[in-house]
Every structure is written in C-alpha cells, then in structure tokens.
Design a protein around this ligand. Sequence first.
Ligand SMILES: NC(=O)c1ccc[n+]([C@@H]2O[C@H](COP(=O)([O-])OP(=O)(O)OC[C@H]3O[C@@H](n4cnc5c(N)ncnc54)[C@H](OP(=O)(O)O)[C@@H]3O)[C@@H](O)[C@H]2O)c1
Length: 347
Amino acid sequence: MPATNPTYRLRRSPPAVAIIGATGAVGVELLTILAERDFPVGELRLFASSRSAGKTLPFRGHDIGVETLGENSFAGIDLALFSAGSGIAKQYAPVAVRAGAIVIDNSSAFRMDPAVPLAVPEINAAALVGHNGIIANPNCAAIIAITPLWPIHRRNRIRRLILSTYQAASGAGAAAMAELVASTRAHFAGDSFAPRVLPHTYAFNLFSHDTAIDPTTGYNAEETKVINETRKIFDDPQIRVGVTCIRVPVLRAHAVAVTVECESPIDPEEARALIADAPGCRLVDDRERNHFPMPLEATGQDSILVGRIRRDLSDPSGHSLALFVAGDQLRKGAALNAVQIAEMLLP
Ligand SMILES: NC(=O)c1ccc[n+]([C@@H]2O[C@H](COP(=O)([O-])OP(=O)(O)OC[C@H]3O[C@@H](n4cnc5c(N)ncnc54)[C@H](OP(=O)(O)O)[C@@H]3O)[C@@H](O)[C@H]2O)c1
C-alpha cells in the first residue's frame, strides 16, 4: 500500500479496540480472528444492546464484560469494529470518529459513500489511504464472488459478470442460524414451526434473498449491493453485473455460481493458473473425484475455495468462463476482511 498519507494509520499500537455488536454472529467471529491472528490489542471493550448487559465473552483467556452501547462508549478507543447493523453504524460511527477512533463498519451504511473506502485488501488496499475515519467492509456475497476474479480482471478485463448466489443462514445473523437449526429439528420431530427471523420455512427449502425488492428494477437489496459494490471495489463503473441472490439451508458459508465474459478470449487453464496464485483463494477443482467447492469445506477457512473452472459453452467466441466458489462469509465475508483491513492500519 502506498504510504502517501501517514495519518490513515492508527495513532498507536497496541490500539485500544472496541467491538460494537460483539454478541452477534460477526462480533463473536471478530474476537476469534483477533486472537487467532495475534492482532495487537491494548484495552478491549465489548458493546451490544441492553439485552446483553451482564454477559461476558472470552478473549485470550479472560472473560470480558459486554457493555451497553452509548454516546460515551468511545473515549480512548483507537479502533472501533462495528457489526451491529446500519442504524447503529449511522448513529454511532460519527461519534466514534469524533472521539478519535478509526471505524471499520460491517454494515451497508457507508459503503457507497464516495468519501468512504470500500476495501477488500487483496483487491484495493490502496483505497484505505484516503479514509476520513470510516472504512466500510463490503457485502459478504460480493467479497466471496469477486476476490477470485480480481487477477482475471486485471489481466483481461471482465466486461460482464453473471452471479447466482447460494447464501447461508449466517448472513442473516446469529438468530437466523438458530432458526435453521430449530426448524430442521421441528421437521424431524413432525412439529410445526413458524418462522420468526426469516420470511419462509427454512428447513429443506430455499427462497429468494430476504431483502426488499426495488419495484423499478425487480432486484432485491442484496443483489443491488453486489452490483454497486463490485463496481466500486474494482473501480470499474462500466462492468455489467447481473445477479440472483438465494438463501439456502446451509449454516455458515456462501457459495456462488459465476460466469464472466472478458474483453479478450480467455483460456480456462490461464484462469486456473491466475486463481491458483490469487491471495486469499484456494483451488478445489478435482474433476476426477467430482470434488469442488462446498460450504461445509469452506466453513472455518480463511481462503475462498474456487473450482469448476471451465469454458462457458454458451459463448462460442471464447471470451467467457464459468466457475463456482464457496467462502466462509462470517470470516472472509465479514470479520476476517475487517481484521485484515485493521492490520493495514497498524502504525
Ligand atoms: N452475518 C454476516 O455474515 C455479515 C456479513 C457481512 C456484514 N454483516 C453485517 O454485520 C452486522 C452484524 O451482523 P450479524 O450477522 O453479526 O448480526 P447479529 O448476529 O444479529 O448481531 C447483531 C449485533 O448487533 C447488536 N445490536 C443490536 N441492536 C443494538 C443496539 N441498539 N445497540 C448496540 N448493539 C446492538 C446485537 O446485540 P444484542 O446481542 O445485545 O442484541 C448483536 O451483538 C450487520 O450490519 C450485517 O449486515 C453481517
């Protein structure tokens, strides 16, 4: 990363760190990843809603109390990792910045703000230099779909991208994961189960992503995020993206079927070699054993698994490829990506 702006870094190391939304699916994963990666942490403060008052969470052998978030929560904090939704981010991220913290936010609140970097370190780490206190972590499906595509895009521009997602319960938070387990148990027990978190029966079903549909485009909010964020992260406003986002009864990792159309003809072997060397990606592409990326094998992994790399036979010009990816979106799709960004801010 070019060191043109030394002020983009944290003001001290080890930084005082706050996690906002520490009790949630992403918050708990942030704690795990900070510990796993030996991220330097001075003071650590954990915040959630008043519902979590009195809870503790373990970190490096200590039980840390969860505090109720408030206007005065950020005094002395250098790094604030937000994973508590857009409303909380809009209300409190500016408060944290005024108190001197750098905010890395997992919600969609600031992602499309032109003054806010939207960063995947493997793709556009240089964008971090321009931050004004807030850095946005991208949408999980976008991170998992496009990180393996970046080396291809750099070599042979992708002019059109078609994605179909298979998104896990974890993308809708800890309560949705619990609902998938409970509805599956109810199914086997022969009990009825009324969905509370998600709009439809989840066990042994799949449905269109549970975000609102834009009446003009017919695309839901998740699909719109993937389109807009891909353009911003690749810094390519012209890239054409079509996407269908589907929620599937998988606990933790997302999968995406991808078709890319490049400016020039592309050989599947060339793409395989580029992806094999791509940071943050691992080839799982064993045709003999019919072994390709799977959510269960992506679960708990830092790498995005990539396979089924083949020519798209519907494009006889040779410009198009198809592939399939799976990635743990609580890790690379959220907490890991946020901690990787934080590592780049260390002085
Ligand atoms: N899950 C993912 O894979 C993923 C991926 C990328 C981005 N994100 C984004 O990350 C954020 C968190 O997602 P999640 O999946 O971790 O959700 P979650 O499991 O539902 O957790 C939400 C967290 O926010 C806290 N919270 C809710 N209301 C609050 C309030 N008024 N004040 C303070 N804290 C409050 C909750 O605290 P309580 O426990 O006290 O309610 C909990 O810690 C969301 O913006 C989501 O869009 C999630």
